[in-house]
Ligand binder design. Sequence first.
Ligand code: FMN
Length: 340
Amino acid sequence: MRLPEIRIAKLRPHLPIVQGGMAVRLSTHRLAAAVAEAGGIGIIAGTGMTARELVREIRRARALTKGIIGVNVMFAVSAFADLVKASIAEKIDLVVSGAGFSRDMFGWGKESGTPIVPIVSTARLAKTAEKLGASAVVVEGFEAGGHLGTNESMKKIVPEVASAVSIPVIAAGGIVEAEDIWEAMSLGADGVQMGIRFSASVEGNGHDRLKQAYLDATADDIVLIKSPVGLPGRAIRNVFSERLAAGETFPPEHCIQCLKVCSKTFCIRQALINAQQGKLENGIIFSGKNVDRIREILPVREIIRRLTSKLATMPALPPFPRPAAQPRVVIPAASAGAGV
Ligand SMILES: Cc1cc2nc3c(=O)[nH]c(=O)nc-3n(C[C@H](O)[C@H](O)[C@H](O)COP(=O)(O)O)c2cc1C
């Protein structure tokens, strides 16, 4: 199978492979630039950063590649508007919003000509996003790492969304190998977003101890944690997740109010930073469900080379029936979804 071309507004990457934004500081300039250089779309995760830090990351990525670089910002963070606007001012190629979306962000995209790509987990939200002006949607199922907006499989939601919208559909959740990409495309996806496979790469910005935890994880180690954001999160079981599961709380000593709404049972930002820095005992190790299939930490170029050469040996797919383009109308703001 030759991978089909994906067009996201004016963007035409060589490969329909998007690297999922991974906060906090796991997908920074080096990973995003490596994916962009390999022909995919590299995404810098802005959640948990200041606008200044995010701008620095965008500039560093641009110094490494002329490929396509986007940012991912979780809608639930207080600095959402600042981070998105700062990225647009840097002429970022696209903005992906995780864990919800609002009408105004499509206006910012329209004014600047920046494609806006929300992460959704239902056909209904995908349709709303399309009407509001989304250039594509990422459809994330419960197999995904990080915060989850659904308990349905990507395999069930992708065909529903592909039958409901005419914009590109990018499948996310549990995609690690060439077979997963082929299956997602057979279900109607125009592209795929991969998270944990890219965090477990040489260019992933996590500590070596974190990458070792990815390699050590078995299928039985994958758990759901209750995040203070108000969503479940998929992670690898460790001492910290066990303590949370046992009902312990760790109210933050210094809260910077990074989230619009937070239960303060623990600080998710700090727990993710701890994991990124290798302080795993106090960290949350977000991970997709299929991390146990990852055997090696490889350079991004090699990950993509192996995926595309395997796909080249697989059968071509018949076109998936898609609806005609919908007229865009002004409708009230929506907010919900998945991400982070
Ligand atoms: C460590 C980690 C951090 C993540 N952080 C974010 C994030 O900041 N924003 C977001 O929208 N999604 C986030 N995600 C979800 C990914 O972007 C991606 O959609 C998901 O990981 C896909 O599932 P997979 O890991 O099975 O490939 C995160 C996932 C992981 C594993």
